[in-house]
Design a protein around this ligand. Structure first.
Ligand code: DQA
Length: 134
């Protein structure tokens, strides 16, 4: 399960110098074709509680979760607690290298309970996370 947080529905038209010009659906299409044997699902929400609900829904039965909590990464104790509460391993991903950006992006409430963290490789960060589960 790939879970995307706030504003990631705007990929392709949002700060393209940082996030690139592909929409997430365009990217996902290529990934689905590349890994035909992997059952991939995608969920995006701009709402913190919906992200927590989805983590709880899938977090005791799915093989893996690729989570880009976007801005909530840096603010949400609730999402951090959800990642801690569930048993499905979570790989945290970011498109950009958050450590080369503003100081407030250096903090993550997800990382302490993630299986691993992949960031800074553009949309390829997601692919690397999927590869890690394979
Ligand atoms: C992001 C980095 C976050 O700091 C930012 O708020 C995002 C996207 C990334 O994928 O690079 O929305 O998670």
């Amino acid at each position: 399960m790939i879970i995307n947080g706030p504003n990631l529905n705007l990929l392709g038209k949002r700060e393209t110098n940082i996030y690139g010009s592909l929409t997430f659906m365009e990217f996902l299409d290529t990934v689905v074709k590349k890994y035909p044997d992997v059952e991939l699902e995608h969920f995006q929400s701009n709402i913190e509680g919906e992200l927590i609900d989805k983590l709880q829904d899938v977090g005791f039965s799915y093989d893996g979760i690729v989570l880009n909590a976007a801005a909530y990464t840096h603010t949400s104790v609730g999402i951090g607690d959800a990642v801690k509460a569930i048993t499905t391993p979570v790989v945290e991903v970011h498109i950009s290298n958050t450590f080369s950006r503003e100081e407030f992006r250096h903090q993550s409430y997800i990382s302490p309970n993630a299986k691993g963290v992949i960031l800074g490789f553009g949309l390829q960060s997601y692919e690397l996370a999927i590869e890690s589960f394979i």
